[in-house]
Design a binder for this molecule. Structure first.
Ligand code: ATP
Length: 354
């Protein structure tokens, strides 16, 4: 089922939680709602579910206006960060619950319920846990059961609110890959709330980046990562170095150094900032006359295959973070305090609005 929201507004007292939000969630795709805490992700998810109502605007399910529909009519499945499975019921009964409470006329028979729950347990690869109780499961297993329970009633849409937020980093990583594979099998239109950019970039077909109740950018993960529409998106999707200066006819003059500013050939005498991610620098030992930004090595954090370098600009003392492969780092044979030259391989310049 496709989902769309049109011109949604939501206020809590004087606080605007959603400000004119319009979005399309294509049929069968997994969309990540990404943004910092308090930006309105959960509010948007709850309005789509029918757990909350917008002050203005529409929710369309398969093109039909569902804004006034009750949560039950919308046929959505939920998984929350702390999904309370029933502690006194076995895992099997937890998954069967939604089927057992269906009105008599549409309730499946006992053998159909058994067959379906068994299939779902196999789908989430936990059939061996059917007779256990929730407290006997790990956090990651519980969330997989929560997902099986949400899927039991064959929802037309699956809404996941930070489903792996309470789990440790390793389990989280495993589960997000597992969720992606599951989604590839089922193709249920799904919306996944997260504030973790890595999770969104890895899992989603489409990312919606929100900030202060406003949509900053919508696109495929590679699109938003490679072509961030705003400085906020650039900063939110990973570490970044900023070079403030003046932009004039394709050149960013950032104090001690000039960088070419792609896409700004016609910009004249503007104030702007260059954005460079730590892994987007070429680095060499300093030699007199070498072109680029002169820096000194302050510290090295070795993190496995990559070396993370903390550098200090010679001209103004600002810090710069750079990442190079450990092999390259070793071949440069650097010592703390030595001078280096940096050249951005990729630089994105945003010009300030006048
Ligand atoms: P988080 O990642 O922390 O869950 P979020 O992006 O999901 O954040 P929301 O839960 O949608 O953010 O909340 C958006 C804003 O609206 C927050 O500032 C929150 O305090 C406020 N808010 C949400 N629900 C209510 C409510 N029922 N009453 C008053 N304010 C609310």
């Amino acid at each position: 089922m496709s989902i769309a929201v049109k011109e949604l507004h939501k206020r809590f007292g004087n606080f605007t939680a959603l400000d004119n939000v319009s979005l399309d969630f294509p049929n069968g795709e997994l969309t990540a709602l990404l943004g910092p805490s308090g930006c309105g992700k959960t509010t948007l998810l709850r309005i789509i579910a029918g757990l909350e109502y917008a002050d203005r605007g529409q929710v369309l399910l398969d093109g039909q206006d569902a804004s006034q529909q009750h949560v039950r009519e919308r046929q959505v499945g939920f998984v929350f960060q702390h999904y309370a499975l029933f502690k006194h019921m076995t895992i099997f009964e937890n998954i069967a619950f939604g089927l057992r409470v269906k009105p008599r006329a549409v309730r499946p028979s006992e053998s159909e319920i058994r067959e379906k729950v068994t299939r779902l347990l196999e789908l989430v690869q936990l059939d061996w846990l059917a007779d256990r109780y929730p407290p006997q499961l790990s956090g990651g297993q519980r969330q997989r059961i929560a997902l099986a329970r949400a899927l039991a009633v064959e929802p037309r849409v699956l809404l996941l609110d930070e489903p792996f937020g309470a789990l440790d980093a390793k389990v989280r990583k495993e589960l997000r890959r597992w969720l992606r594979r599951l989604h590839d099998e089922l193709h249920v239109t799904s919306i996944f709330v997260t504030h973790d950019q890595e999770e969104a970039l890895e899992v989603a077909d489409q990312i919606v980046l929100m900030n202060h109740g406003v949509v900053e950018q919508v696109g495929a993960p590679a699109e938003v990562y490679q072509h961030p529409a705003t400085p906020f998106v650039y900063g939110f999707l990973g570490n970044v170095n900023l070079f403030h200066g003046r932009v004039h006819e394709g050149i960013l003059d950032a104090g001690g150094v000039q960088f070419s500013a792609p896409g700004h050939a016609d910009t004249k005498d503007a104030v702007g900032t260059g954005y460079v991610r730590p892994h987007e620098f070429d680095i060499d030992r300093y030699s007199p006359g070498a072109e680029g930004l002169v820096v000194q090595l302050r510290r090295v954090h070795s993190i496995g295959p990559l070396a993370q370098l903390e550098l200090e600009r010679d001209d103004n003392g600002d810090l710069v973070e750079a990442m190079i492969s450990s092999e390259r780092y070793q071949s440069l044979n650097l010592k703390v305090g030595e001078a280096l030259v940096l050249r951005p391989r990729r630089l994105h310049v945003f010009v300030n609005q006048q």
